[in-house]
Design a protein around this ligand. Sequence first.
Ligand code: ATP
Ligand code: MG
Length: 164
Amino acid sequence: ELIPVSELLSLLSDQCDSLICERELKLSYDVDEGLEVFGNREQLLSAILNLSSNAIKYCETPGEILISWSQTDTGSEFLVRDSGPGIEPVHLGRLTERFYRVDDARTRDAGGTGLGLSIVKHILAEHNSVLEIESTVGFGSCFSFELKKPVAEYKESSTDLPIR
Ligand code: ATP
Ligand code: MG
């Protein structure tokens, strides 16, 4: 189904507001207007909620989180960037494994099952996409994925192809 991104983000922001509670986190949104994506509404909401709630959960206060969804040449990109503790390179490759959690005091305190990112990975696979993770210890992390435009749109726009 075709979903307006604004719809997903307004559902997301309701949930994020309640997760932030009274913590000193500045959350901002940057969304290209009129953007639509093709996919499963509940699944995509679950994916962006998992990524955003991680950012909120693991970010130190005072901190900043940016959530953006922008148009790209081939579709659109969702991104959540936090000014949190960052993740050591040795863990990056394993984060999306089921039950994998970075074993430090922060993660132990935060609680959780270690399933969130494995669910995100699964949902993105259903949408022909992959999770990209960039992180620098002491600076923060950025989780993102791209959703490609449906193939039908490519065909419509390739009017320069000879018709036989
Ligand atoms: P669950 O999501 O099931 O409640 P969880 O948050 O521990 O539990 P995942 O969402 O899969 O599990 O994340 C796996 C691990 O990756 C986390 O335990 C945490 O150590 C690390 N992590 C995820 N997101 C961030 C982030 N934004 N900043 C720092 N560490 C992160
Ligand atoms: Mg999580």
